[in-house]
Ligand binder design. Sequence first.
Ligand code: P53
Length: 476
Amino acid sequence: MTNNTFKPDFLWGGAVAAHQLEGAYREDGKGLSIADFLTLGNANKPRRLTDTIEDEEYYPNHHGIDFYHYYKEDIKLMAEMGFKAFRTSIAWSRIFPNGDEDQPNEAGLAFYDKVFNECRKYNIESVVTLSHFEMPYHLVKEYGGWSNRKLIDFFSRYARVCFERYHNKVKYWMTFNEINNQANYENELSVYENSGIKYQTGDNKEQKMYQAAHYELVASAQAVQIGHAIDPSLKIGAMLAFCPIYPNSPKPEDVLFANRAMDSRLYFGDVQVNGTYPNWLQARFRNNNWDLDITSNDLEILQKDTVDYIGFSYYMSFDAKYSDHLDYRENEDLVANPYVKVNDWGWQIDPVGLRYALNWMTTRWHKPLFIVENGLGAYDKLTDDHKVHDTYRIAYLRNHIEEMKKAVVDDGVDLMGYLPWGCIDLVSASTGEMKKRYGFIYVDEDDYGHGSLKRYKKDSYYWYKKVIESNGSDLS
Ligand code: P53
């Protein structure tokens, strides 16, 4: 390894999630997942979470991009780009259609054997998330999602089945995708995607979120323990959404407030790495007299089984302004940062923030880091001769890779790899749109699932191939 590049086994690749691309939502015994109840939205209209599947609504996750039938073709295209790693998730509802069965669904397990085998054929490491916004809907209906302690057992059983079945094919795992998105507990969609909770009138939303998150943190620690017992060589990580929150000014209250905002979004990582709740949060639990179900046995589990690495997504940074409360509320406390641009969905584009993120986490947690999502959602145009000239995407990725390189080379950050999000176009998590595209590979499909589903290479495809070939030296 020379001192001006990435290590030779750096994991270049891309990332997706089952419910956003597989489609085949009822095939081979798959049960309904929470994602199957999310309607189509857009930049100005939030997705609705319906109680039943309504005839007059469109549910984009039912179809995805039909990866369930195209996976061979799609993985081949990724192999041609030179991918060393491919991150996807297992749809829990393919393995346990209702979530509370004793025995798994063999047809669901067989599908992921095929996907992971296909990756191995090209020496692509599979990087697998166990729970990526796609828990079985039955667990929501019958148990109230993660507000119920029973979920710990259901999840542990599911995790055990996956580790036992795939440990020879999959070395890198993550437990819960962006477990900390629900820190924004006022946001109905975030809490539903993370925890399968639908608020009832009169709920103390914050308390309810902390309780659900606690059960998930215990389940995550337990999964780490189960995975390591089955195969000590497995690397099992946390997965956090990292958005730096900058103070709006040097005013001391702004600085303290931004710090607390970071703490409240990232305490999940503290628990997963240190195995303990941070002091400020213990104080918050106490001072609010919340009667949280946190047992001493839970605390032991958290302490014993901590994560091997931190996977994280990085898209944007935030800017917070103190008003009158120290507890951060994402819907009220953010202001626009005049020093950065925004994308068409209002996400602030900030490559330097990625270097900040890598340093912040290294200083705080001293763990290997893995960028498992990064990228630009944008409107693409397919030309008549089937090209996509996505120079804006290349610029975004180049700027971020340059900052990531500084973090590794100049700051000594221990970075495992880089897996840009939506390496093939897929359904957006926040809006359900197809037209919010991230891919190197274009999929001919509109927001309502119409199109030939043909795959086309964008300009960024050829660019990223060169980046991988040169191990990040050639970003031109
Ligand atoms: P979409 C919010 C903020 C940051 C990342 O997002 C987020 C979200 C929730 O949408 O999600 C992650 O598709 C998530 C992926 C998602 C991706 O970012 O809304 O892990 O499932 O698709 C991009 O543009």
